[in-house]
Design a protein around this ligand. Structure first.
Ligand code: ZN
Ligand code: ZN
Length: 169
């Protein structure tokens, strides 16, 4: 019943619409002040597997049992957690950001990484592929808790000025 005890002191968390699984895991670790390895133990997953999910590498994807454990500790439904996994082929080499979307709601969206996504359809803006100030690549979404470029400190939301308008949008 050790698990029942741990259940009580964990802050619970609802996923945001379209949030990436990586970002959700990072948010859960941040609010509960736990390491990714501790999270791996809680959901009986390997630390290597959790490390891969944090990098948006979902092969192998979380098992039903692991999603069930994650649902138990986060309070989110298993279906909501499954919806955080990508629905389309992704490009994961370069992390992308619509800073205008981030200013609206501060989290990493899965669809920014979809191969088919060329720009933000909501704002009609190009996506950023690195920090526009220092050119540093964005950290993995699991490490976006601070919402800033970890090298130069500019806030993600303030990067919207550097996005270009898509003509005709
Ligand atoms: Zn946007
Ligand atoms: Zn920077």
């Amino acid at each position: 019943m050790e698990f029942e005890q741990s259940h009580q002191w964990h802050f619970q968390l609802e996923p945001f619409a379209g949030e990436s699984f990586s970002h959700f895991l990072g948010r859960y670790c941040a609010v509960n002040c736990i390491t990714p390895n501790a999270l791996a133990q809680h959901i009986t997953a390997g630390t290597v597997a959790v490390g891969r999910w944090r990098k948006l590498r979902y092969t192998p994807s979380p098992s039903e049992r692991q999603l069930q454990r994650l649902a138990e500790i986060t309070g989110a439904s298993q279906a909501a957690l499954k919806a955080l996994l990508p629905q389309e082929p992704m490009q994961i080499g370069t992390l992308r950001l619509c800073a205008a979307c981030y200013g609206d709601e501060p989290y990493h969206r899965s669809h920014w990484q979809y191969k088919a996504t060329q720009y933000c359809e909501r704002h009609g803006l190009t996506l950023l592929a690195r920090c526009p100030c220092c050119k540093c690549p964005f950290p993995i979404p699991a490490e976006w808790a601070a919402g800033i470029c970890l090298r130069c400190g500019i806030a993600f939301a303030d990067m919207a000025d550097f996005q270009k308008q898509i003509i005709g949008k």
